[in-house]
Design a protein around this ligand. Sequence first.
Ligand code: C2E
Ligand code: CA
Ligand code: CA
Ligand code: CA
Length: 277
Amino acid sequence: AAKETRAGLRAYDETADVNTPQRLARIADLRAAIDRRDLMVAFQPKVDPATGAVVGAEALARWHHPADGMVPPDEFIPLAEHSGLIRPLTLHMLEVALRSRAAWARTGHDLHVAVNLSPNGLLDVTLPEVVERLLAQTGSAPASLTLEITESSIMADPSGSLATLERLHALGVKLSIDDFGTGYSSLGRLRRLPIHEVKIDRSFVQRLTHDHRDRAVVRSAVQLGHALGLEVVAEGVEDAGALELLAREGCDLVQGYFVSRPLAPDAFTEWLTGQPV
Ligand code: C2E
Ligand code: CA
Ligand code: CA
Ligand code: CA
């Protein structure tokens, strides 16, 4: 249960994480950053390995703390999840991502944009309505938005999350299973989910050229995805060898430092300008 502290912060007394004064201060700073729209978005391109064409971009949250500098998402996303801030954070990401996508489209680059949903995101029953409203406000086709959901978050609450997934799917939004290969989902369940894409976890992709076992995992993930009628994306492509192997295995899209690091909005727009329309 949440209780109000004297500072007016919501403190959870049932989570495993202890709310130290430092942690509470961090939460207050994060709340302020979201309110002031100081939370930044970096975009990382998703590219067709066969042609090199840019097909989409993933939006990744970036927080520059006024005193402490860059705070990694692996630190502030869990904090947001435990403090009720993940909802406004996600809405901010969705809004910036869809507005940016509309701006790229105006320059002739008709990409899709992907936004990450946290595990509790799927338990928010208002999410489909909010997504529908943001799509309308930004004049975006539903299919231009992909929501990335980790395999483990779907497994955590199969029935509740399935209802939300079905409603998002009915809107025409595309759904992607992130970190695929790390969550032990059963093939039976995977087949029944209304998903469009699987994203092979970067832990299998990074050492692809050096490890024949990783190569076997990637090959079977591509084959499984295609057998289920899904697009297959590989993340964490760090060298030319991995890109070449993924193209040869028939992987549909790649993402990684070798193509581009996640870029600030202006830098991403500039990068796009150098790409063929
Ligand atoms: P993710 O969704 O798996 O995102 C991919 C992560 O891999 C990003 O880390 C990206 O910068 C990094 N990456 C991309 N290419 C390469 C590569 O070639 N090599 C390596 N080693 N890494 C690469 P980032 O931005 O630090 O984000 C970490 C995680 O934080 C994300 O993992 C995602 O789970 C979470 N996250 C980030 N932004 C958001 C958000 O807006 N909402 C939610 N719910 N989670 C987010
Ligand atoms: Ca992701
Ligand atoms: Ca991932
Ligand atoms: Ca293809």
